[in-house]
Design a binder for this molecule. Structure first.
Ligand code: SIN
Length: 283
């Protein structure tokens, strides 16, 4: 197994077959995942069962409440965009499942059908986003917690979508409405690396705890802009056989929607995480 760090975020892992991982290779992948927070694999011949087997190495699978499930493997969420659809899933910077009380450890996305051009996924490092802030702001953010929610995206209050096919994925609106909005530290100490990471995102963070949405918006907007500097970002171009394993506590991602008229089908599993620890800067 060979691991090559990339410029923005993540690492490419080569000379490995995800269907047949030896014990030492699993240990090496775990270590690389803790170090880089984002692993890219190429040329994998992995079917649905292999996808599930690889996913279960890292924890239990969280069955997505909102995306269409694979008809034969319900633990696999189907992230699909059909040729006639205009909207896509994941077409804004976000991290998966921050609306859960115990946010997901990571997600594993496998390319199944790709457009002839485009459809890349961009990733950004939340370690770098945090480390790029001034020490004064870091310290202040260490005292804050933020409220996250799925209701405005998946619940009954979500804006009406004109795109019927995309709308069809909101099949569990009641599930979103029933979720309790969790509160997470704005700066977390990552459970695997011990490094501090920024933990807010535009899709699911609503406001700072004890602040209104209007009061929170300017600071959140400033953080969102600071988190997507070119030096923190890797653009990943999918090819048949590509698999990506990202850490939802250490990265954001953004699915590009630039292949109108073509189909793109991806299979995603999401791995359960645990409680998040704050930065420890403030008691
Ligand atoms: C997602 O946000 O999970 C989907 C990413 C992608 O389709 O590239």
């Amino acid at each position: 197994m060979r691991v090559k760090a990339l410029q923005g975020v993540g690492a490419e892992v080569a000379e490995i077959d995800l269907n047949q991982l030896s014990g030492p290779e699993q240990v090496d992948i775990r270590a690389a995942f803790a170090e880089y927070g984002l692993l890219f694999f190429r040329d994998q011949d992995i079917d649905e069962q292999g996808h599930l087997r690889f996913s279960r190495l890292w924890g239990d699978i969280n069955v997505n409440r909102f995306f269409g499930a694979h008809p034969d493997y319900p633990e696999i969420a189907v992230v699909a965009k059909e040729p006639e659809q205009t909207g896509n899933i994941g077409g804004a910077w976000h991290t998966d499942h921050s609306y859960d009380k115990h946010p997901a450890l990571g997600s594993i996305l496998v390319a199944r059908q790709l457009p002839p051009l485009g459809g890349d996924t961009w990733f950004s490092s939340m370690y770098k986003a945090y480390e790029g802030l001034s020490t004064g702001l870091q310290e202040f953010l260490g005292s804050l917690r933020a409220v996250h929610s799925a209701k405005h995206v998946f619940g009954t209050q979500q804006p009406k979508r004109v795109d019927e096919t995309v709308e069809a994925r909101f099949h569990s609106q009641a599930a979103a409405d029933a979720l309790e909005d969790p509160v997470h530290p704005v700066v977390i100490t990552h459970p695997l690396s011990g490094r501090k990471a920024l933990y807010v995102n535009r899709a699911f963070t609503r406001r700072f705890e004890g602040w209104t949405e209007a009061e929170s918006a300017p600071l959140l907007e400033m953080l969102y802009a600071a988190a997507i500097q070119e030096a923190y970002i890797t653009h990943f171009h999918w090819l048949p056989g590509s698999v990506v394993f990202w850490d939802n506590r250490a990265t954001w991602h953004f699915a590009q929607n630039d292949y109108q008229g073509h189909r793109r089908i991806m299979h995603r599993t999401t791995i359960e995480g645990g409680p998040l620890q704050g930065s420890g800067l403030v008691s």
